[in-house]
Design a binder for this molecule. Structure first.
Ligand code: BG6
Length: 469
């Protein structure tokens, strides 16, 4: 029986409203929670009703009976995260709610706050014995003893030093297998399929190396802008906002060696090894024209809203294969995808050789699926080769309603499965990569909204690039 108390710190923030409460509602709807309670915690003066109401419009279809169930098990507790005395009252509230709802004391603490508060909250939760350090039984929803797990939302720090400090602090308070560092991309259906597709199909692994692969593109294009987060984005920019986490996580899943088993420990070992060996080669950075006029943004800001990178992985499998990454705000379309370009075959035809090599494209967002581009004979013309796509469309096969990333991830926390969460060493290696890039001091190219970014991004490390999106 799944039973848990969700304690969300930062309950008046955007994440709780847009993602966490909807995810809890979906877990109820999909019968994944037998007994539960939700306690929202923040500094603000508000109440349970307001918190739930604000979230309602982010849930597609509401069943009143299920919504009532959520309402009856929801509470709000006001707390100044820096007032040590306040944590005793929080503990009392949690215990009372658990008694009232016959809960056994399984707890998920979700830190949906900015990273600046992580250390203080961690220390106070631990010192007040709200969570104690214990080696929780892994992979279990029905452990013998109640468990407490703590989830840290991204961004995890703002640079290598701050991430390391947070890691050191939380390691003193909790065991690594109680700690869940979120990267919501790891909860996306197609991202969680990368290692499965690679290692459960015989056809990929023999080709997955520098003998057969010419280059890899990882693209995360966004049509939207700052969405009211000018202040945050001005400090972070594209590299820290999405490359340090989402895009490097995708890269590590694409590039990792075959793990001993497809389990958290081995997957995370393999990913960390890749990230440790990533070397930065070149970048083109951009900023959309109106960025410095946005609310919360410094009028002289040099923050990038676009980045195109050339990275390399220093190991035997990938030596010489460029990994190209591209991301940006206000681009021509929303598209997250990975494009594996295979090397050209030797042409055995006297005329009409293939114009392009094979590609494996993984579509992550908004379309989900993958396709393989192959060359075949043009039925109309002898000796003419044409490219075709073998296409797998996820929603065509499984329907449009795959679980949202946060629903997936919360369920993983309940089940004690850390395979889709980022370990301390992965986070630190990723921030080290960001440090390499930041040393570059690159010129910032302006670009128009709704464009594909600055045209300078079509060349990296002196080589022209044909971006696939
Ligand atoms: C977040 C970034 O982590 O990811 C946002 O902070 C970005 O700036 C978002 O828009 C993209 O996620 P998704 O799931 O919409 O592709």
């Amino acid at each position: 029986m799944n039973q848990v108390t969700f304690i969300v710190l930062g309950a008046t923030g955007d994440l709780c409203k847009r993602k966490l409460i909807p995810a809890i509602y979906k877990l109820i709807e999909n019968k994944k929670l037998d007994l539960f309670a939700f306690i929202g915690v923040s500094f603000d003066q508000t109440n349970t009703e307001e918190i739930l109401q604000n979230s309602k419009k982010f849930i597609s279809k509401i069943d009143n009976k299920l919504w009532n169930k959520l309402e009856k098990a929801s509470y709000y507790h006001q707390l100044d995260f820096y007032n040590k005395q306040g944590y005793k009252a929080l503990h009392d509230s949690i215990v009372n709610v658990e008694k009232k709802h016959n809960l056994n004391g399984n707890r998920i603490f979700y830190l949906a706050t900015i990273p600046k508060h992580f250390k203080e909250i961690t220390k106070n939760l631990n010192e007040n014995k709200i969570i104690s350090k214990h080696q929780s039984e892994s992979n279990c929803s029905m452990c013998k003893h109640p468990w407490a797990r703590i989830v840290y939302e991204k961004p995890f720090g703002s640079d290598f030093t701050s991430a390391k400090q947070i890691n050191n602090c939380i390691k003193k308070s909790f065991h690594e297998n109680q700690i869940y560092r979120i990267d919501h991309y790891l909860g996306k259906e197609l991202v969680s399929n990368i290692s499965l597709v690679r290692f459960t199909n015989r056809i990929f692994e023999p080709l997955w190396n520098n003998k057969n692969i010419e280059s890899v593109q990882i693209i995360l294009k966004e049509k939207i802008g700052l969405e009211g987060r000018g202040n945050f984005y001005n400090k972070y920019g594209a590299i820290k906002d999405v490359i340090q986490n989402h895009m490097l996580q995708i890269l590590s899943l694409i590039a990792m060696e075959q793990p001993k088993k497809l389990e958290a420990k081995y997957i995370r070992n393999a990913k960390a090894k890749v990230l440790k060996n990533v070397k930065f080669k070149d970048a083109v950075l951009g900023q959309y024209k109106e960025f410095t006029k946005e609310k919360g943004v410094d009028p002289k800001s040099n923050t990038e809203t676009f980045a195109a990178l050339n990275l390399e992985i220093k190991n035997k499998r990938w030596a010489g294969v460029p990994f190209y990454l591209k991301t940006g705000k206000y681009l021509d379309k929303k598209d997250t995808s990975v494009h594996i370009k295979f090397k050209m075959v030797k042409c055995l035809l006297t005329k009409g050789c293939p114009t392009d090599s094979n590609y494996l494209t993984l579509k992550i967002n908004p379309d989900q699926g993958f396709f393989l581009e192959l060359n075949i004979k043009d039925p109309e013309n002898i000796n003419t080769i044409m490219p075709i796509q073998m296409n797998f469309c996820h929603s065509c096969l499984f329907g449009p309603n795959t679980p949202e990333a946060y629903e997936h991830l919360l369920l993983n926390v309940i089940n004690g499965d850390q395979s889709a969460f980022v370990r301390s060493d992965e986070i630190e290696h990723s921030w080290k990569i960001v440090e390499q890039i930041k040393k570059g001091k690159f010129k910032l190219f302006k670009y128009e909204k709704n464009s594909s970014g600055p045209e300078q991004a079509n060349k990296l490390n002196g080589k022209g690039i044909r971006w696939r999106s």
